[in-house]
Design a protein around this ligand. Structure first.
Ligand SMILES: [Mg+2]
Length: 205
C-alpha cells in the first residue's frame, strides 16, 4: 500500500461554510441569495451591490464573527479524515485568506487534532487590492509533494493537474461544480464514503 500525500480543501469539504455565509448575508442585507449565486460576480439583484469588493468585505465580517467560528464540521468528514490520517500524510490547502489562519488552526485542533501536517492558505477570494497574496493550489500542492487534491472547485483541480498531481476528487454536489466538465485525472465523489473508496483505489497504485 502506498502512503499518499493528500491535499484537503477546507470550506464545503470539511466544514459547511457556503450555506452559512449565504444565510448570514441574507439576514443582514435583506437579499435573497441562493447557493447558486455564491461564486458569481456581485450584482445589485443578487448581492445587493455590484461591487465585488463590497460583497467580499461583507462576507469577511461574517468570517471574523463568532457565528463563523461556531460552525461544526460534518461528522462524516471528521470520521473519514481521522481514518485517512492513520495511513496517509494530509495537508489542509484552503482558499481561505490569511487573516483566518488562527481560526482555521483552532478549528482543526478542536475537531481534527493531529491529522494535518501543514495548513496552507492560498487567498483565493480576496478584494482587488490584495490579489498579490493569492497562490495557486497547483503551486502549493506541488511544493508539498501532494499526489491528490480533494476540493469542491473544479478550477483548483485543473490547477493541480497542470502541476502534475495524479488525481483530483471533485467533492460534493454544489451548484458551482455541477455543470463543469471533468478531465482525465478528475473523479467526482458526492460524499466522504466515496472519497475513502477512491483513495483506497489510488493507494493500491
Ligand atoms: Mg472549498
Amino acid at each position: 500500500m502506498r502512503r499518499l500525500v493528500i491535499a484537503v480543501d477546507c470550506d464545503d469539504v470539511l466544514i459547511p461554510t457556503a450555506e452559512a455565509i449565504i444565510n448570514d448575508y441574507n439576514d443582514r442585507f435583506g437579499t435573497a441569495l441562493e447557493l447558486k449565486d455564491m461564486y458569481k460576480p456581485a450584482t445589485l439583484e443578487t448581492w445587493g451591490t455590484d461591487d465585488d469588493d463590497v460583497a467580499i468585505e461583507r462576507v469577511y465580517d461574517f468570517l471574523r464573527s463568532e457565528a463563523h467560528a461556531a460552525i461544526v464540521p460534518e461528522p462524516e468528514a471528521v470520521r473519514a479524515v481521522k481514518e485517512l490520517a492513520v495511513r496517509h500524510e494530509l495537508h489542509l490547502v484552503t482558499g481561505r485568506a490569511s487573516f483566518l489562519e488562527e481560526l482555521t488552526r483552532e478549528m482543526l485542533n478542536r475537531y481534527f487534532e493531529g491529522c494535518f501536517t501543514s495548513i496552507e492558505h492560498t487567498n483565493f477570494i480576496v478584494s482587488s487590492t490584495n490579489v498579490s497574496a493569492r497562490r495557486s493550489k497547483g503551486d502549493v500542492c506541488k511544493a508539498i509533494g501532494a499526489n491528490l487534491l480533494i476540493d469542491d472547485h473544479v478550477q483548483h483541480g485543473h490547477s493541480v493537474l497542470e502541476a502534475e498531481l495524479e488525481r483530483v476528487i471533485v467533492f460534493g454536489d454544489y451548484p458551482w461544480n455541477q455543470n463543469e466538465t471533468l478531465v482525465e485525472g478528475m473523479v467526482r465523489c458526492h460524499d466522504w464514503t466515496g472519497v475513502l473508496k477512491e483513495v483506497e483505489k489510488l493507494q493500491r497504485g
